[in-house]
Design a protein around this ligand. Sequence first.
Ligand code: PXP
Length: 239
Amino acid sequence: MAGLAVNVDHVATLREARKASYPDPVSAAVLAELAGADGIVVHLREDRRHIQDRDVKIIRKVVQTKLILEMASTSEMVGVALDIKPELVTLVPEKREEITTEGGLDLVVHSNAVAETVATLQHDGIPVSIFIDPDPEQIKLAHKIDASMVEIHTGAFCDAPTARRRDRAFSRIVDAVKIAHRLRLGINAGHGLCYNTIKAFKGLSEIDEFSIGHSIISRAVFTGMEKAVKDMLALIKEL
Ligand code: PXP
């Protein structure tokens, strides 16, 4: 069964909307773990728009499963990762003006710089996953620069406006998963996944873990964190 890593950034988004001390993503992380999450994800952005340095430090201390640090491939963030020592770093592209991470890291363009970050972190014992679009060329480059894992961007599939485009986007994901599996890369998947779109992944057993944030935190507003996480875990169990 694939794992579920819960991204708690959006709890911090709500807190930062008022610059208040609550709701605390640390509490969300603890509740997600108690509900059965296999890991906790935080994205420390350069502009600190949601997750703050303090959140990462405390979550590092309280998390019992694993901490996955999403970050840009910059020297500042490499310093944070070497200090925090998450169980996994996921490298993502970052633009200040985007609402959320828009596309995968383009390894055709950034392969040299990303390779250096991968080598630095993995040399220190921190495995690195690269968030990339479901594109065979990107997967092969991730393998070439020796990343431990890839996280396949599921956004185009989740946001597709028509059934036809959704089907095409999903077959790109399937092809990418098969190639990554043949190359013996670890495989995560995420972005935009919700309680409906997750069902499409039935039978795609090569995926190690799903990384899901917005849909779980949104449901948690009404049902509480425990039920929101358990509902998603139940769907993943059916895949
Ligand atoms: N994976 C990556 C690399 C992301 O950047 C995000 C969004 O922060 C997610 C997964 C989770 O996406 P969502 O919040 O849409 O579930």
